[in-house]
Every structure is written in structure tokens, then in C-alpha cells.
Write a protein that binds this ligand. Structure first.
Ligand code: HEM
Length: 180
């Protein structure tokens, strides 16, 4: 995984728990480079999961909630650093439709080594979207948080349900229903 993701996760933790606590938790977490990450590096996703688990144990907040918080944090980061992907979208559904066909395509051009998920989106009604997320990485809750943050970015409100596919556990179905 891209170093940016690790750098941002640690920034979020510093923001939530303070720098001293972050140092302490990372020290104890038995990480490969002692928790030192750079934006230009690439690190295994298992390290990210270890960090989330370490902060979950430290704070008592479950790992899923922390992943969702991180999804919000990352979307805000992307809005700031890659505004071009957001400027021409009129709503959250247009943004979600464009991840697979545009945003992650551009990411892959810049970073051929990026480990990206696959999405299929379908608008079932004008107010409802089914979004199928496929990834070998256990980041469904992170994705859920990014979808929530996408709605918030466009000042939209809605319900998001997620269900892991029973036969293919690397696939999660999200159903997003906008409040009308
Ligand atoms: C709502 C919009 C978006 C969603 C739901 C989304 C979803 C995700 C998810 C779930 C991952 C983790 C990898 C995995 O699950 O296999 C990921 C990785 C990534 N995404 Fe997106 N994404 C969105 C928008 C963006 C935007 C705007 C950018 C900006 C360029 C971006 C760039 C990346 C990068 C750089 C990675 C890391 C790849 C790696 O570590 O190798 N994404 N995305």
C-alpha cells in the first residue's frame, strides 16, 4: 500500500490521541520499520491492519469504527489534494460511479504498483445505488467511511448498508439510499 495512506493514518491518530500516545502505541505494535513511514514508500496492508488493531486496543474503540473514521479522513485529504476529481461531479453518486472508470484509473497511471479495489456501481432507483466492492484487503469499513464522507461532501444524507458476500468474502455489497 502507498505510504501516503500510512502517513495519513498516523496523522489521524495523532490528531485523535496526541503524539506521545501514538509513539507509545506504535512502539508496542511490533511493526516492521518501527512505525516510520514515508509518502514515497510502499508497505504491506497487514501493517495498516496491525496499526488499526493497536489503536483499537489502546482506545477501546472497535477497529471497524476506526477504519470508518479513517475513510472520512482520507476522503477529506483527497478533496484537498486532488480537487480535480471532485470539481466536475454534481453529487455523491456521480463521484462513486467515477472511482472505477476515472479516479482509480488515474491513480494507477501515476502509481502502477497501487493496490486498488474493484467497484461495480448500479443505480437501482434515482435515490438508490448498489455498489459492489471487491478487494483481497480487509478494508470494507474504510470503504464504508469513504462512502459516508462522499455523501457528506455533497451535503447529502442517506443510509448505507453493507453486506459481505457469503460465498466470496472478498466482496462487499453496499446499498446507498438517499433521503429524499
Ligand atoms: C469515494 C471515493 C473513493 C472510494 C470509496 C475509494 C476507495 C478506496 C479503497 C477502499 C481503497 C483501499 C484499497 C482496497 O480496498 O483494496 C483505496 C485505495 C486508494 N485510493 Fe481510492 N477511493 C476513493 C477515491 C479516491 C480518490 C479521490 C483518490 C485520489 C487520487 C484515491 C486514491 C487512492 C489511492 C492512492 C489508494 C491507495 C492504493 C495503494 O495503497 O496502493 N481514491 N480507495
Amino acid at each position: 500500500m502507498k505510504g501516503t495512506i500510512f502517513v495519513e493514518l498516523i496523522k489521524m491518530a495523532e490528531n485523535a490521541f496526541g503524539e506521545d500516545t501514538v509513539d507509545e502505541v506504535l512502539d508496542k505494535a511490533d511493526l516492521e520499520n518501527d512505525g516510520a513511514y514515508t509518502t514515497v514508500g510502499n508497505y504491506p496492508c497487514s501493517e495498516l491492519v496491525k496499526i488499526v488493531v493497536a489503536f483499537s486496543e489502546h482506545s477501546g474503540t472497535d477497529a471497524e469504527t476506526l477504519q470508518k473514521m479513517f475513510g472520512h479522513w482520507m476522503l477529506t485529504h483527497f478533496v484537498e489534494h486532488y480537487p480535480q476529481f471532485f470539481a466536475d461531479k454534481k453529487d455523491a453518486f456521480s463521484l462513486l460511479d467515477s472511482i472505477e472508470s476515472e479516479i482509480h484509473v488515474e491513480v494507477r497511471k501515476i502509481y502502477p504498483e497501487a493496490e486498488l479495489p474493484t467497484f461495480i456501481t448500479e443505480r437501482t432507483t434515482p435515490n438508490q445505488m448498489m455498489m459492489i466492492y471487491a478487494s483481497p484487503r480487509p478494508l470494507g469499513a474504510f470503504c464504508h467511511g469513504m462512502i459516508e464522507a462522499a455523501l457528506a461532501h455533497f451535503d447529502e444524507k442517506g443510509d448505507i448498508t453493507s453486506q459481505v458476500n457469503i460465498t466470496i468474502p472478498t466482496v462487499t455489497n453496499f446499498e446507498i439510499t438517499l433521503q429524499s
